[in-house]
Design a protein around this ligand. Structure first.
Ligand SMILES: Cc1cc2nc3c(=O)[nH]c(=O)nc-3n(C[C@H](O)[C@H](O)[C@H](O)COP(=O)(O)OP(=O)(O)OC[C@H]3O[C@@H](n4cnc5c(N)ncnc54)[C@H](O)[C@@H]3O)c2cc1C
Length: 461
């Protein structure tokens, strides 16, 4: 959809894949429709960056991979920030009567967290401006992505409005923004392995399951691929639990709760955020990945080395004492209470005011690092273990309590209708979703704690 223009298609420049939805519906699947959009792409050479705020990348960029073959970025291009204005909003409103969003042509729901600019000025009418991140698309292109200006308004309106944004007075378009609608299949029709309940050996992953973005699609593709492979080889499936990985939260949410609007994976959707840290992703997942033949032996060894050495360092902090004379000047500088007698490093270091830099001021720590050849990754891991050990332990206990419910399996063809003391809503939802465990049943919206107690009695608990 671009204003009043509408045409069918697949990914940009490709033709549509037709017939698949019809075939799947014929096979008994339920399907629905969702919407998403994108901003215009513009020529960076036509912009006046001197009128915008420069937004530099992280001074110390992190990386996704723990492999030492992946080196952190040393050089980055900046983004720039500019803003819409009341004038820009007025121009955009001129196109509302030709907007497929407002004239009823687009009926499906779009991603709540990436609203189009027309949605923003409509829903947040009291805001005088919205920020726009002006992002370079790559090293070898002058194409620029106007983040925050996703729109399906007519092209002439997009152009006129953008030309009124500071820094965009002479903007040239490569492509206008547009919205698309696509079919999805409510993911409650899937098992935890992403195999469909209806057709054995058929797996769904990605946008077809109603998720919003690249990472959600990639992680589901990986899991569906792993599980299809394991099934063909008659091996046990790989199901990541909610306390083991965000992928576990994503898939469990999708298949248990379903989604009526494009699903975005947020850290806030996970109940065990303290366990699911990026610093321990390798501890959580590399052993599993190695077990099924994905991660190499070398990768597993590297992870084990990091784990052993960080644990050794934490043990050193627990066993080693520091003197009043060496500690108090450091505490004083941080305006935190002084110690009156020597104490264990662990206790001093677990104070929130004390950071890694402070720890490195202690002679014994310096000596330890030198004689054990400790690198930055191990140091940071040891620091996290000291600082958060109390919280991590508490969350681990909570997760373990729920894991016990995870072990109470519900028979595959269990007849919920025979339970008298259960709400009708719970019976309907449970019969439809057919949870595998009591724990999964407890996460279904509409299933109350008292329904769970009744179920537990039926399962002999
Ligand atoms: C306009 C737009 C902007 C977006 N912007 C963002 C963004 O900024 N950030 C973000 O995270 N996500 C964004 N997304 C979402 C993201 O692109 C998708 O969620 C993701 O690409 C879905 O991946 P997928 O593998 O599930 O599906 P797709 O990437 O659609 O892959 C499906 C593939 O299957 C092929 N195919 C279809 N039928 C057949 C067949 N019969 N035989 C063989 N092959 C077939 C298709 O050609 C296609 O290559 C955007 C999406 C759109 C449409």
């Amino acid at each position: 959809h671009i204003g009043e223009k509408q045409f069918g298609g697949g990914r940009a420049g490709e033709s549509a894949a037709t017939g698949i939805t019809e075939d799947l519906v014929k096979a008994g699947f339920e399907s629905g429709r969702m919407k998403t959009g994108t901003p215009p792409r513009v020529d960076g050479r036509s912009l006046d960056y001197s009128k915008m705020n420069e937004e530099k990348g992280d001074a110390k960029p992190d990386k996704f991979s723990y492999s030492d073959l992946t080196v952190p970025l040393t050089n980055q291009r900046s983004c720039y920030m500019t803003y819409t204005s009341l004038n820009v909003h007025d121009i955009l409103r001129e196109g509302f009567d030709r907007s497929p969003m407002f004239n009823g042509r687009i009926k499906s729901l779009g991603p709540r967290y990436c609203p189009s600019i027309e949605d923003k000025i409509n829903r947040f009418a009291d805001k005088e401006r919205h920020q726009l991140f002006v992002e370079p698309e790559g090293w070898n292109t002058c194409e620029v992505y106007v983040n925050g200006f996703s729109t399906s308004l007519p092209e002439d309106i997009q152009f006129k409005a953008l030309r009124s944004v500071v820094g965009f007075e002479n903007v040239k378009f490569f492509r206008p923004g547009y919205a698309i609608e696509y079919d999805y299949f409510p993911p409650t029709q899937l098992k935890h392995t992403l195999e469909t309940k209806l057709v054995e050996g058929l797996y769904f992953a990605g946008q077809i399951n109603g998720t919003t973005g690249y990472e959600e699609a990639a992680s589901q593709g990986l899991m569906a691929g792993i599980n299809a492979h394991l099934k063909v080889h008659e091996k046990a499936p790989l199901i990541l639990k909610r306390d083991e990985a965000y992928i576990g939260v994503l898939i469990d949410d999708l298949i248990t709760k379903g989604t009526e609007e494009p699903y975005r994976m947020f850290t806030s959707r996970a109940e065990y955020r303290t366990l699911l840290r990026q610093d321990n992703a390798d501890f959580r997942l590399t052993p599993m990945s190695h077990e099924i033949g994905l991660a190499s032996e070398a990768r597993l060894r590297r992870m084990e080395k990091k784990l052993n050495e960080s644990e050794k360092m934490v043990a050193f902090f627990r066993e080693t004492s520091v003197s009043v004379a060496e500690t108090n000047p450091i505490l004083e500088a941080k305006e935190t209470a002084l110690i009156t007698q020597g104490d264990k490093m662990f206790k001093v270091f677990s104070r929130p005011q004390i950071d890694l830099e402070d720890m490195l001021k202690f002679e014994k720590v310096k000596e330890y690092i030198e004689s054990n050849d400790v690198d930055q990754e191990i140091l940071e891991q040891a620091e996290i273990q000291v600082k958060y050990s109390g919280y991590i332990e508490k969350e681990r206990n909570n997760a373990d309590k729920l894991t016990r419910l995870e072990e109470v399996k519900i028979p595959e063809n269990f007849d919920y209708n025979k339970i008298k003391s259960m709400s009708i809503e719970a019976k309907q939802k449970l019969s439809k979703i057919r949870p595998v465990t009591i724990s999964q049943a407890s996460r279904i919206s509409g299933v109350s704690p008292s329904d769970i107690s009744v179920l537990l009695i039926y399962m002999g608990r």
